[in-house]
Design a protein around this ligand. Structure first.
Ligand code: G6P
Ligand code: MG
Length: 220
């Protein structure tokens, strides 16, 4: 059947993890504890709310609902400041080439992200026009590894799940793609993304021949 491609945003298209890290670290420091880059690994693909819960666990802090909501807003305000200056130089290597190739071949392209800031980021880096649909943290109720975000994206581009190819940098995202019955392509390390159907270090390792093979595969 006809194929569709679904991209995660953070860690696949742009490296925003460093900005998320700075914003979470600032909050942690304000609350009187440290937050390390290693701990930030656990936050990849994880919703803002869940991240704050984990952060407060790390700091051993109990928050009232009101404090919790304030800190959610504070973190996001800081994050928005960090990403304000993003431009196309922050698109990860060869991502644009991949999107361009798919566009030229009339392949539907969707975004499937947990972020509520997905659309403004795509606008800032000038990639918004490649996407036929954006499904992000504003549209889902269940976080990855639940497949909801990718199933909604597939429906929006009218491609059956078995014919969707998902690019993801988080294990939760790979698991979400797998349980949606989609083809999962991990971007990162084999050791972390061990459940993926394919793993590449980054898009410079993905050839147009490989994309063509995926597009023409008849398996499903
Ligand atoms: C992505 C990132 C996570 C982030 C989540 C929510 O999945 O990998 O680190 O927490 O989006 O992002 P948001 O922009 O809504 O705070
Ligand atoms: Mg990601």
């Amino acid at each position: 059947g006809k194929k569709g491609f679904i991209f995660d945003l953070d860690g696949v298209i742009v490296d925003t993890a460093k900005y998320h890290y700075l914003a979470w670290k600032k909050l942690a420091n304000q609350l009187g504890f440290e937050f390390t880059p290693e701990q930030n690994e656990m936050f990849k693909g994880v919703s803002r709310k869940r991240c704050l819960n984990i952060l407060l666990d790390i700091g051993g802090i109990k928050a009232s609902q009101e404090q919790f909501d304030t800190w959610m807003v504070d973190k996001n305000d800081d994050y928005l400041e960090y990403i304000d200056n993003m431009d196309e130089s922050e698109i990860l290597p060869d991502v644009k080439k991949t999107l361009q190739y798919l566009k030229e071949n009339n392949i539907p392209i969707a975004l499937g992200s947990a972020s509520k800031n997905a659309q403004p980021i795509l606008e800032k880096v000038g990639l918004l026009h490649y996407f036929d649909t954006i499904v992000d943290g504003n549209h889902v109720t269940k976080a990855k590894p639940d497949p909801e975000v990718f199933l909604i994206a597939a429906q929006a581009i009218r491609i059956t799940p078995e014919n969707c190819i998902v690019f993801e940098d988080s294990l939760a995202g790979i698991q979400a793609a797998n349980s949606a019955n989609m083809i999962s392509v991990g971007i990162g390390e084999h050791t972390i993304l061990k459940d993926a159907d394919f793993v590449f270090k980054d898009f410079t390792q993905i050839s147009l021949e490989f994309l063509e093979k995926l597009i023409n595969s008849k398996k499903s």
